[in-house]
Write a protein that binds this ligand. Structure first.
Ligand code: OGA
Ligand code: NI
Length: 382
């Protein structure tokens, strides 16, 4: 364990009571890294969940005794050879039964991955004054330092800070990305391009698994447009930082939610924290160094007419170590319709979701207090 990941108490004079020295709400808006740095020893009320919703109230475990609850691990090198159809089938099965899987031998250079983790760590180590430059409540900004999930609407806050980087069009957004650490832009751009490439590789195999494309050619029909839209979609990266939490049983790093896009590719450090809902239980995802955790988002659940599942997941925090993750969210372009693929709808498998558009999707997310699966539920046909 690197010493930087271990909680060290802040200096004694900084152990102040936030209620006496600072206006409380403005402290929360500055994020949890800040609360950790000023040395709080109790979780403020703003972060405390009702007893029934706290981490230890629900039953969760890493796996059953027969190991059947372990998240599928898929070796992607097989996509390039004679085993392709087998790998495509394992992707289909993971998307149907778990909504989550881990990928190894994915082809992304180790150096790109370690550089991204390292620069993320260095960004969060910057003095507050430097990080605060990017704080904004404006969700449409190409760069934004934020805290919790939606800090303008959440009635209970979560123990997470994040730097959101919008990744397209790169030539327009890049100059807005942080200039400190000095190498952040270069390393994050390389990482964004590499993860987009990996996303497209996985997406192609997923479309194949739905019977919408073959290895060689795309079927020529009305689904063509949506297929190319899927490939031209937008990308956002969330660099997440979860500081040690003095009372981790009272709050979450992220509350149970589903991701809104097509697929999310998540890189995590060696500190466990991510849990996914599987058959009514919370399953902890064991970090595998150098791998990505991939999950189906709401837009893919709708596009596949419910065959692939956008599964609830959450992050637990702990009292001794900080945790870093980088989530790369890939979604449809902003002008797209979100609807089931025509080819997947028929008499035996009727349409399960009504049409919507990205704007309505995003509006729903921005305008609501925390809801587990707000948008998806609102689009379901009964
Ligand atoms: C997310 C997310 C999980 C993690 O950013 O949407 O679910 O482990 N992150 O940080
Ligand atoms: Ni998520």
């Amino acid at each position: 364990m690197s010493p930087a990941l271990v909680a060290t108490p802040a200096s004694p004079q900084s152990k102040m009571s936030i209620t006496n020295e600072h206006p409380v709400e403005s402290q929360y808006q500055k994020g949890v890294k800040h609360l950790y740095e000023i040395g709080i020893r109790r979780v403020p009320r703003k972060y405390i969940l009702p007893v029934s919703e706290r981490p230890n109230q629900t039953h969760w475990k890493t796996h059953t005794t027969d190991g059947s609850l372990q998240l599928p691990v898929i070796d992607l090198s097989g996509l390039h050879g004679p085993r392709r159809s087998q790998v495509v089938r394992s992707l289909a099965s993971a998307c149907e039964n778990y909504g989550f899987f881990q990928v190894v031998s994915h082809g992304l250079p180790n150096e790109v991955i370690s550089n991204m983790m390292d620069v993320t760590k260095r960004f969060f180590e910057l003095p507050s004054a430097e990080r605060e430059k990017y704080m904004s409540a404006d969700m449409s900004k190409p760069v934004r330092y934020g805290t919790s999930f939606n800090q303008l609407k959440d009635s209970v806050f979560c123990w997470r800070d994040f730097l959101k980087l919008v990744c397209n069009p790169l030539e327009d957004v890049l100059s807005h990305w942080p200039s400190s650490p000095m190498d952040l832009r270069g390393l994050a751009v390389t990482y964004a391009k590499e993860t987009k490439f990996l996303y497209l590789m996985i997406l192609e195999a997923i479309l194949e698994s739905l019977g919408l494309t073959t290895t060689k050619n795309t079927t020529a029909d009305t689904d063509d447009q949506i297929l190319s839209e899927l490939k031209d979609g937008s990308q956002q990266m969330f660099l997440n930082f979860y500081p040690p939490c003095p009372e981790p049983d009272l709050t979450f790093g992220l509350r149970s939610h589903s991701d809104f896009g097509i697929l999310t590719l998540l890189l995590q450090d060696e500190v466990a924290g991510l849990q996914i809902k599987h058959q009514g239980r919370w399953l902890a995802v064991e970090p595998i160094p150098g791998s990505f955790v991939v999950n189906v988002g709401d837009q893919l659940e709708i596009f596949s007419n419910g065959r692939y599942k956008s599964v609830l997941h959450r992050v637990v925090v702990n009292s001794s170590m900080s945790r870093i993750s980088v989530a790369s969210l890939h979604s449809l372009p902003s002008q797209s319709a979100v609807r089931p693929a025509e080819k997947l709808i028929n008499q035996t498998n009727p349409r399960r979701y009504r049409d919507t558009d990205i704007a309505a999707f995003l509006h729903h997310i921005k305008s609501c207090d925390y809801q587990e699966k707000g948008v998806l539920e609102s689009r379901k046909l009964t």
